[in-house]
Design a protein around this ligand. Structure first.
Ligand code: TRP
Length: 335
């Protein structure tokens, strides 16, 4: 990745969990794609982070390949951007160790996600879970990222990454760029189709509540047709119309139309028509993603080759920062 015009450096990672929903897609992935045009971007599958919950090994490998395929399928260009798998670049774990020594136990203990997860899974509160934000800081700081597109739940982790970088820079001299959170142009929060006051989540027990980005078109149509709305029968964005508001957000994300445009378009029409149009817009949006995914996931050789190329490019950049940090803390360099 040459940087002749000094474009901002953007980095984000996604854990290799199950197939993303429409919520993950419009909340995060589509933004990555939009940002990839005017920035120098790095995108990774955070497989090391996934280890904290002890996934079944074969399943983790499969999900890592699937998530990597999804990154390519949404249109991230692995030639123009660096698209890689976190564990392929050993510098992440190495820098994380150094940063551990510049992270206070107290500040790490204050992380909301750690507190929540340790209450929820009392049987497995491992040190990795505690250290998770430091590894995330390493992911970001290794590449001197200027911007990190993250959702609200990761904002605190980005703040601790800044704090760690700032502390290190103050003690050891300027080494790391302080990253800023990036709230995307879309950055939309997509709600459940069955309970539009709750966020769309793949772990929802009601399968009709969420749409996977790889759902078949007829499944998508059915899910939208049974989406919860209200009894006003008017397509307009307003308080108390959570279901319709959510469908309008989704339609707007797919078509780029404003809420006003959408209100005009569906003036005098019923919810049935509207739901069908929203579903069709989603189907059209996801069609290339699904087609690309099928192509990539069935070509493991190509995937592995692309991932290896991505890792090689990432490694080159990461090692520059890693060596700088090693030198600053007094490790005897081997070259
Ligand atoms: N923790 C993030 C999540 O679960 C994933 C992640 C890992 C990440 N490393 C990162 C996000 C670095 C942004 C930057 O969503």
């Amino acid at each position: 990745m040459s940087n002749p015009e000094k474009k901002p450096i953007v980095l984000s990672c996604i854990q290799p969990t199950s197939i993303p929903t429409l919520g993950n897609y419009f909340g995060a992935l589509k933004n990555w794609k939009l940002m990839s045009k005017d920035n120098d971007c790095l995108f990774a599958v955070a497989d090391l982070h996934a280890l904290t919950v002890h996934p079944e090994p074969a399943k983790l490998r499969q999900q890592t390949l699937e998530m990597y395929s999804i990154l390519l399928s949404i249109g991230l260009d692995p030639v123009k951007n660096i698209v890689f798998i976190q564990s392929h670049v050993p510098a992440h774990a190495e820098l994380a160790w150094i940063l551990n020594c510049y992270t206070q136990f107290g500040e790490a203990s204050r992380m909301t996600q750690f507190k929540e997860k340790s209450i929820k899974h009392t049987d497995n509160v491992n040190v990795g879970l505690f250290d998770y934000p430091v590894l995330m800081a390493a992911d970001i700081l290794l590449y001197q990222a200027n911007f990190v597109p993250v959702g609200a739940d990761q904002k605190q982790h980005l703040e601790i990454a800044r704090d760690i970088a700032d502390r290190f820079n103050n003690i050891r001299g300027n080494t790391f760029t302080l990253p800023e959170p990036y709230i995307g142009k879309l950055g939309a929060k997509i709600m459940s189709l069955q309970d539009p006051t709750a966020k769309m989540s793949k772990s929802d027990t009601n399968p009709k509540a969420s749409v996977s980005i790889l759902d078949e078109p007829d499944v998508i149509m059915k899910k939208f047709k049974s989406a919860v709305t209200d009894s006003e029968a008017k397509v307009r964005y307003a308080e108390g119309k959570d279901g319709i508001n959510n469908l309008m957000v989704i339609y707007s994300c797919c078509t780029g139309k404003s809420f006003e445009d959408i209100e005009d378009e569906f003036y005098g029409k019923g919810y049935g028509d509207f739901k069908e149009c929203v579903a069709q817009a989603v189907i059209d949006e996801l069609k290339p993603v699904k087609e690309n995914f099928e192509k990539y996931i069935s070509d493991k050789e190509l995937l592995m080759k692309t991932a290896a190329d991505g890792a090689e490019k990432a490694l080159r950049l990461a090692n520059r920062t890693l060596y700088k940090a090693k030198k600053k803390v007094g490790l005897l360099l081997d070259r």
